[in-house]
Write a protein that binds this ligand. Structure first.
Ligand SMILES: [Zn+2]
Ligand SMILES: [Zn+2]
Length: 400
């Protein structure tokens, strides 16, 4: 146990500070590559759709205008949500959750796991936490030296504990958590709509080009095959030399259709999964309850984490009274409002409107009047209290 709570920040022998700094910057730059890839694909899709399809291919001015306006609206909302997911200000866990030096020394000096558990339990007795580890202990992060608030988890990529952490997303180079979950949902939703819109509007041209290609192949290539001029056919195929000019533009449109289709399939499944999580007030990591015990050495921690991921992927969050997969659920619509806020006008806009502060969550099982927790009057009162995070120092739902 003593070794597990020590914060081992000492560099291994022979590993100089300069190399460490260099590695750190390389790692930071490397983490932006997926974002760069997404931005490159969006930029190319803009060229393929606006220049090649709308300007060079579509002949009707009305159709051009309608497509361009709708496309740009979707692109702006998609880009705005993406930007806010990436650059959302992820607030740190308040200092009151951090173990002071004196408590940490006591914890390190404790001889048994039970003694350590008691020290943490005493420290956390005034903190508003209701979840526990599988063994019933207070959830503690030995790297950040703090008691984890409910639904907070340690992110090994960000090297810190994050409030209501869902997962670390490489495509946004940020943790998806309490502070940007709404933005992430909107990003997925708008990205899906963007892909579906490109697919739907490119489809007629995709079909037309396919027919042109078949006609050209029938008129030229098939005859060449009969004559045995296979190499000429290959060149024709590679150069896109069929029918009229602007064949390169056609390839951009056809390729845009396929890329949009590929992204729509993956985004659709991810968006559907997160809609399920929102409706049930769960996070990806809520289902991954850690088995890490306070006294486990690092090797055992890794093993138990793998075991957790493989075998316990759908275990429910653990409360004092036991595991409860719906422990934070307050009804599908209220769960939705907990993320998207109380104002329908702002549901689709990437501005922060989530309820609460990411530290305290209403738990129906702890409430004497569980029915009233999901009543509209209660939500109205909560709505008044639940101002955006930035506008207040701290808050709780104690009065709910
Ligand atoms: Zn941590
Ligand atoms: Zn992270």
């Amino acid at each position: 146990m003593a070794s597990s709570v020590q914060n081992n920040r000492v560099s291994p022998p022979g590993y100089c500070v300069c190399c460490r700094t260099c590695n750190m910057w390389c790692w930071r730059a490397f983490k932006w590559l997926p974002v760069l890839l997404i931005v490159s694909i969006i930029t190319w899709s803009y060229y393929a759709y606006v220049i090649q399809l709308c300007i060079f291919t579509i002949e009707s001015t009305v159709q051009q205008c309608v497509y361009l306006v709708l496309y740009h609206i979707l692109l702006i909302m998609f880009g705005w949500s993406y930007w806010r997911t990436i650059f959302a200000e992820v607030k740190l866990i308040p200092d009151k959750y951090k173990l002071p030096e004196s408590e940490l020394e006591k914890l390190l000096a404790a001889e048994s796991e039970d003694a350590q558990r008691t020290i943490l339990e005493n420290f956390a007795k005034d903190l508003p936490i209701v979840t526990r580890t599988m063994s019933g202990s207070v959830r503690y992060c030995n790297r950040c030296v703090l008691v984890k608030p409910d639904r907070a988890h340690h992110c090994s990529i960000c090297s810190r504990c994050v409030l209501k952490m869902d997962h670390h997303c490489p495509w946004v180079n940020n943790c998806v958590c309490f502070h940007n979950y709404k933005f992430f949902m909107l990003f997925l939703g708008y990205a899906l709509m963007y892909c579906l819109f490109i697919m739907a509007t490119c489809l007629p041209y995709f079909i037309r080009f396919w027919k042109m290609y078949q006609e050209y192949k029938h008129a030229h290539c098939d005859r060449l095959i009969e004559k045995g001029s296979v190499s000429k056919i290959c060149m024709d195929m590679i150069n896109g030399d069929f029918g009229t000019a602007a064949s390169a533009g056609r390839y951009h449109i056809v390729f845009a259709f396929f890329v949009a289709l590929m992204f729509a399939i993956s985004l659709g499944s991810l968006f559907g999964y997160h809609c399920y999580l929102v409706a049930n007030n769960r996070t990806t990591l809520d289902v991954l309850v850690s088995y890490r015990r306070l006294g486990s050495p690092t090797g055992q921690i890794i093993n138990t984490m793998l075991k957790t991921l493989v075998n316990e992927a759908f275990r429910a969050p653990m409360f004092r009274g036991g595991a409860d997969k719906n422990g934070f659920s307050i009804g599908a619509f209220n769960n939705f409002k907990e993320v998207f806020g109380n104002s329908p006008n702002l549901w689709m806009v990437p501005v922060f409107t989530s309820f609460g502060d990411g530290i305290v969550y209403p738990v129906p099982s702890l409430d004497e009047e569980s029915e009233s927790l999901i009543s509209s009057e209660r939500w109205d009162r909560w709505g008044e209290r639940a101002r955006p995070f930035d506008e207040r120092e701290s808050s709780s739902f104690d009065e709910l």
